[in-house]
Design a protein around this ligand. Structure first.
Ligand SMILES: [Zn+2]
Length: 145
């Protein structure tokens, strides 16, 4: 049976076929080599692009399974993946120091585990969500996925 192995090594993406791959397959791999490598390489949070996409599709399937239409499932799945990204990418903080402005006398928000001034919280959360959106966009996961 013919098969292939695609993965990453220290030199980047490799693709080994135990059969003569059609030219269009080889050309597709060459053309998308960097995109494929980006999906397979774990980020600082330990998740690969492939793992983020898997999570996204799991969320879509869960929401669709309760009868929601695909566009609702995809929007909620994106929100779910944002939440997971935030959980997997915590910010190093000092107690009592605001994670947004760096000022003293911040309070700890138990829900997120972040030290922040109440007046800074909305801006901080918007910034963190923007960070998550940008990170997931690296894998082409967007609100329009
Ligand atoms: Zn602050």
């Amino acid at each position: 049976m013919a098969g292939f192995d695609i993965g990453l090594d220290e030199e980047g993406l490799f693709a080994d076929f135990d059969w003569e791959a059609p030219e269009h397959v080889q050309a597709g791999i060459r053309e998308h080599r960097d995109d494929i490598a980006a999906l397979a390489r774990p980020g600082p949070d330990g998740f690969t692009g492939e793992a983020w996409w898997s999570l996204y599709f799991e969320f879509v399937a869960m929401v669709e399974s309760v009868g929601e239409p695909p566009h609702v499932a995809e929007r909620l799945a994106f929100d779910g993946v944002i939440g997971w990204w935030l959980g997997r990418n915590p910010v190093a903080q000092e107690p009592w120091r605001c994670c947004h402005c760096g000022g003293d006398h911040a309070i700890l928000f138990a829900a997120t585990g972040e030290w922040c001034h109440l007046q800074c919280l909305e801006a901080w959360q918007a910034r963190r969500c923007a960070d998550a959106v940008a990170a997931l966009a690296e894998f082409s996961i967007t609100a329009e996925s």
